[in-house]
Design a protein around this ligand. Sequence first.
Ligand SMILES: [Zn+2]
Length: 293
Amino acid sequence: MCTLRDYNSDLQHAVNKKIHLTQNSFGYMLVNMSMIHDYIESLNIQGGTRYRSDCPSCGHKNSFAAFNDGMNIIFKCFHADCNVKGRLRVRLSADPPPLRTRNRYEESDKSLDSFHIPDTFVDISRSAVAMRYMKDVNVFDAYSHRTVRLMYDQRLNRAVFLIRDGSKTVDAVGRTLADVKPKWYRYGKSKQLFTAGDARDAVLVEDCASAASVSHLMTGVAMLGTSLLKEHIVQLKKFDTVYVALDKDATKLGLKTVQTLKPHLNVRMLILEDDLKNMEKEKLNEFIRRKTD
Ligand SMILES: [Zn+2]
């Protein structure tokens, strides 16, 4: 599965990144090291705090733990069949500061709505994989019409959707292109929902790709797996009708969302036959028109 060339380049990567490897888990870890490294950095674990999640390598539920002791991030997967384990030096100011470290040390007191586009973001057209992803999930039309602003994060290998508030970029969400968790990663701390389009009716969906894929029909709004906050309700109030898109086997979160919104705005349920971002355009257009007449 792992060629010598991959092995060597991963080893070089580990050396470059000054990752200290535990010897007994050498072979296995190297294959995944750059991925795990990126994953840990993306978590932005503050000094003195612990983080727990599904393992980015074996995928077992809640088996991965990381702790930032101020100097190092010590990480380990507790699943018996997984030997992901190691230590990652917290970069100090002598090192070129990557995005998350800069946030950690310099931007912690800034107001939450100040968001700077990281310099690891480039135009999405510079990544063929990111462009193909956007085509596969029916986002390309919205991109061509400049309904959505897309970028590519070279460092985390993510296709990035910028979150805008008027003409201002207030946050960004990146979809992994390497099957790394989390699938969707939010770069900033804004409470702004991702929206695509400017129609008076909105459809509330799970992710940015689905939101963008319907934006020629209605304003697509992405929940990104969170529960609704007060701030979200305020943002949704401006729409005439908000359709909450639910799977056929409606999730608790979806139903709860409908209940939460009902007292505040005109909300309707939209039971999906298929994931919006995977529907062919004609079928999608027909489906939305039929359901929202
Ligand atoms: Zn594991």
